[in-house]
Design a protein around this ligand. Structure first.
Ligand SMILES: [Zn+2]
Ligand SMILES: [Zn+2]
Length: 247
């Protein structure tokens, strides 16, 4: 064995690697191989109530097939939303660890949760192309990765739907929506996106699935969906890991 080979972890016995690199559940801290252990996944993802098929907000079971009152009053630019979980403790910790802690191993787990939520919704029409919500160049340079793209990659594989990472691009480097007052968010994100010039033919007449980690006010997804619609998309669905419940 060469000297370098001795330092390649994949040449080591798996049991030894596990001892050296302990993996723990992001929610309970218990040891295990999965990013989130099975009991935590079942506890925090299972049993979610019905959601509005359009915006993903909670509705009573009886209303689940019709858009919620807010969506009936003002129809969003997107047509459907799948959310795997509410953005609330302790699930928000998964997003924070992924986004700000750089625990990229959580992204495939989030993708798996979105896939499960898709399969659980009867009659959900699958998109024919996926794209992540793009980050502005400033934020991408700061963070080093786009968490939405990290989730979109394994989701694309799991669903067998092609991914176009640069289908949309940021035309404006807007302030983070979380740093803007709620009543300013719509304006902050307006005209923030364009369809990439080399992707115009990919959008026309297609059903685009926009992937993101968290949907809060929905303004960002609405703006991006509106952009796709202006460029001829037939349908837009949001595929998000967590949805912030309304106040
Ligand atoms: Zn756990
Ligand atoms: Zn709704």
């Amino acid at each position: 064995m060469s000297r370098n080979a001795a330092f390649k972890l994949d040449a080591w016995p798996l049991a030894l690697v596990r001892r050296l690199l302990p993996c723990s559940c992001a929610l309970c801290g218990g040891a295990g191989e999965a990013a989130v252990c099975a009991p935590c996944a079942a506890h925090y993802l299972g049993g979610a109530g019905a959601r509005c098929r359009c915006c993903g907000n909670p509705v009573s079971r009886a209303d689940a097939l019709t858009p919620c009152a807010a969506c009936q009053t003002e129809r969003p630019s997107y047509d459907a939303t799948i959310a795997a979980a509410d953005y609330a403790a302790p699930i928000d910790g998964v997003v924070l660890q992924l986004k700000f802690g750089g625990v990229l191993a959580l992204a495939p787990w989030c993708a798996g949760a979105i896939r499960t939520a898709i399969l659980a919704q009867s009659g959900f029409e699958l998109p024919n192309l996926l794209c992540p919500v793009p980050l502005g160049p400033g934020r991408l340079a700061e963070r080093g990765f786009n968490q939405a793209l990290e989730i979109a990659r394994p989701l694309s594989l799991a669903l067998g739907i092609p991914l176009k990472a640069r289908l949309a691009i940021r035309a404006l480097d807007t302030r983070a929506q979380s740093s803007v007052a709620p009543d300013e968010r719509k304006r902050n994100i307006r005209n923030a996106f364009i369809v990439a010039p080399d992707a115009l033919d990919l959008v026309r007449g297609q059903h685009i699935g926009i992937v993101d980690d968290v949907m809060t006010s929905g303004h960002t997804l609405n703006e991006l969906a509106g952009t796709f619609k202006r460029f001829g998309a037939a349908r837009v669905s949001n595929l998000v890991f967590a949805r912030t419940p309304p106040h």
